[in-house]
Ligand binder design. Sequence first.
Ligand code: CO
Length: 335
Amino acid sequence: MDRRDFAKVAAAAAVAAKVGVDAIEDEADATQHAPVEVNMSMPPKVQRPVSRVIVAERKLEGAGFPVRRPLPSAALRMMDPFVLVDEMGPIDWPAGQALGAPDHPHRGFETVSYVLEGGVAHADSLGNRGRLGPGDVQWMTAGSGIVHAELPPPELKRTGGRLHAFQIWVNLPRRLKMTAPRYQELVGKKFPEATSADGLATVRVVAGEALGVSAAIATHTPIVFQHWTLQPGASIEQPIGPNHNAGAYVFGGGGVFGADVRPVDDGQLALFGAGDTIAMAVDKAAKGPMDVLLLAGVPHDEPVVQYGPFVMSSMDEIRQAFADYRAGKMGSTPG
Ligand code: CO
């Protein structure tokens, strides 16, 4: 195929992606060169239906930190490759009371921290040390092993204040469980943000692509991690690869989702069935906006054994993780 032909094919494919099969057939007739077999292999997009709605469980984590947890829960063990979704708070800590997670290890997966209000001070065995504030993201690949501390910043501890954040655990496939630890941080709203043409929907793209912007975080396997805010009257349809598991966790307001226009409210996780796109909308008469964490990823379809801070493929690997941690092989935080 010479360069000119390639350009034609690319143009035809681009048009097909935008307007569907019918229009491309017209285009083919008009120009007599579009490769019909390519166009016919591109079926129209299918909106995914909602397959289940999971109500997040309220838990006290660690020393008494309140979380809403849609998974793992009695109703849902995991949404492969996501093994944990914690919405921390919102909680108004009294002075001197704020809690965190002192030194602890992780192996075999990735932890994603996303702060909405307040902050988290952190330090890890790679020597990273810093602070996450509102709108900041830390994507930590624990891989073969990392030890870290996640604590309230000193002034939040001293004077008290509000904390609202997410912690999500993304599993790594077996072949990558012992990959070198990697640390990515987006501080100061460095991640791409976009607004729909009508101005009613905004998205912060931590991973994946939406409204023409791409993520700033590199992931080991395809992952979608997006914070959508839909104002009353907003309606969007977001492409999600058909090979992805997909869920939408509502953490403020409420709306309708999927081909079946299912209502989903604050504190609920909608899981989606087969298809190519996820539709979500908020009624014009709604009292306020809806906030949604849209999560999707290609499932690993492998055995998963989660035990405390480790997510591995077998109990033997879990035992090895404990042994390695005790032997100091995962390092320690710098004081
Ligand atoms: Co941790």
